[in-house]
Design a protein around this ligand. Structure first.
Ligand code: I3P
Length: 108
């Protein structure tokens, strides 16, 4: 699965609260591949170093996605908690999209 998603980081991958200045929403083109969610600025594939690819990826093994019912500021948002204590919000375009992303992520 792939598509544009708004992303907001709440807790960094070490479980520390994401500091002010890095808590904003930003749109990314997300690709679910294997055990990871990769992010690019748009859908055009571009050559990047492995470091650049992995530093902006979220590892999904033992992670869990569910609708963020408590987040009222935006619609169709789901929450992702990762095994290394990261926590993210993702905004999708519809309830169907939100449910598809959650199912596919939890299926990994
Ligand atoms: C954040 C930005 C986010 C906001 C967040 C701010 O500031 O304004 O949009 O989240 O609030 O800290 P910055 O870009 O300087 O990190 P919401 O859109 O959810 O309000 P937060 O600290 O309550 O998460």
């Amino acid at each position: 699965k792939a598509g544009f998603l708004g992303r907001k980081c709440l807790y960094d991958s070490d479980g520390a609260k994401t500091p002010f200045g890095r808590r904003g929403w930003r749109v990314w083109y997300a690709r679910l591949r294997g055990l990871a969610l990769y992010f690019d600025v748009d859908e055009t594939p571009r050559a990047r170093s492995r470091y650049a690819t992995f530093s902006n990826a979220i590892m999904l093994h033992h992670s869990f996605a569910e609708p963020a019912a408590d987040y009222k500021k935006r619609q169709h948002v789901f929450r992702l908690r990762t095994a290394n204590l990261g926590e993210y919000l993702f905004q999708t375009g519809s309830p169907e999209e939100m449910n598809q992303w959650c199912e596919q992520i939890n299926f990994v």
